[in-house]
Design a protein around this ligand. Sequence first.
Ligand SMILES: C[S@@+](CC[C@H](N)C(=O)[O-])C[C@H]1O[C@@H](n2cnc3c(N)ncnc32)[C@H](O)[C@@H]1O
Length: 610
Amino acid sequence: MVLSPVIGKLLHKRVVLASASPRRREILSQAGLRFEVVPSRFKEKLDKAAFATPYAYAIETAKQKALEVASRMHQKDLRAPDVVIGADTIVTIGGLILEKPADKQDAYRMLSRLNGKEHSVFTGVAIIHCCSEDGQLDTDVCEFHEETTVKFSELSEDLLWEYIDSGEPMDKAGGYGIQALGGMLVEYVRGDFLNVVGFPLNHFCKKLVELYCPPHREDVQRVKHDSIPAVDTFEIASEAAQGDEGCGPSRAGVHGHTGQAPAGPQGPDTNGLVENPPPFPSDLLDLIDGFKASKALFTACKLKVFDVLKEEGPLKAVDVARKLNASVCGTGRLLDVCVALGLLEKTDTGYGNTQLASRHLASEGACSLHGFVAYNDEHAWTVFTDLESAVRQGPRAAAGRPAEDPSQSRDQRLRFMRAMHGLTQLTARQVATAFDLSRFASACDLGGCTGALARELAREYPRLKVTVFDLPEVIEHVSSFHPEGRQPERLRFVPGDFFKDDLPDAQLYILSRILHDWADDRVHELLSRVSRSCKPGGGLLVVETALDERRAARASLPAALNALVRAQGRERSLAEYRSLLGQHGFRDVQVAQAGDRLDVVLGTRASSAP
Ligand SMILES: C[S@@+](CC[C@H](N)C(=O)[O-])C[C@H]1O[C@@H](n2cnc3c(N)ncnc32)[C@H](O)[C@@H]1O
């Protein structure tokens, strides 16, 4: 069975799982499928006696669940999803269907009935393909079921009640969950384990292959029946080619193999075997699409989607659109993308922020990264379009300016300060506590910007006096970042240029995200000024995202590109920072991590000059 081409075909479809079960959600995600979750409101009250078999009942329930979601979504959004997946799991023993227990006594009755015996678990699955024409919803249903046999051990009353009292049985068909504590009740399982958990992934995947990648007839014929394939061949899929179950999409399915494993006479499988195509490059496709996700996030932030939903959510797309003064269609799509990106949640009552979005993407709040997002959208985005020329010709060719370029406009400067403020607030505590700095009575944060780190240091070390030293045009705006107006008494702001002016006296100097902005000659110049100001026994704390092979490339390598497009500065490794501090008279250099993105290097000024 080759699933990746199928997943590829579903990648751009709107797929919905009509189930609230976290277990089903997890199983389907593991298959690499991307989907939304819209729990069905269909009441599971079909007349069991009306069905010839238990699985016919499970299939019908699955189908009704999926159809309810398809028609509700169609009515609400006037836009049906492409595919809705419904599932229903039941436990049967002696012809009796056991669903979820109503209460503890009911759970006890069910578990006693299963005690020491074999029973069957059926999951009925319905895959509904939807299309809307002239406002009408048209559906095509493909359905199947899977059966697994489970045997319970002989269980004592005490054990049964211990399990019931754990609370686990209450939302599980048959009153147990095999994937959790309920696993202790089970002696053996015959068949698909995941079917017992709630979703028969193997059968489902085979069904998708039938629907979306039915083989060419000649491929089917060329499968050698006397050879043992390492994985499933298309023999299963051939049933679909012969008209099995009449699933709509197999008729509409796209034929062929997305070109990954040509199987024609000139193809690689010249010995007549159907070859495995290479693994589907999902991560690569995600990478290619990555900028779209970023831009969707930027746009939603800029339009203040997360602010609106924080204050008034959940809201329907049409109401969000009205509040944003944007088109309903465009807003709906943006909101759905944000759902897919995990930034919003969609429920029956409308769209709402996830906790992540409320905390970090709304414009107000101590943990807001709204300013950092805006900076990336309006500044970094543009600057990165010069990456190619920066790579071809080296940093000097890039048109981007360093963020602290004095020729920045007031608005640009404020935008940069907002970005830094959000980011630093997020990491300030980790930096402040990376080392015990209580031996210092005074500190000077050089290029300390809005004072976000300085405030945290003052909070963490009650006897520490902190000076923030930054360019006059930056210091001028700091009050707007501390809305309560008053700064703590131990915090002061001093305007100045660390390349030209005397540095304020301090026992500890801090250079947080400063050195990477400068080329080596400027770094030496700055460090020698710091070294001259720092008295023996004083300290220098450098905070940077060091280039480091141990760190995930995602965290440190994009920063290397930052320096390239900004036309000056460069990222350095921890060894380089250690060496720089050593060269400028700092000894006992120690390194610590502040969270997973920042490194903190602390050196002590030696008594002899370098
Ligand atoms: C990348 S930001 C880092 C801000 C802060 N230290 C942090 O970790 O968030 C660089 C800071 O250095 C300041 N800066 C740049 N050149 C400076 C100079 N010559 N003198 C003083 N500050 C300067 C900028 O204004 C800006 O606030």
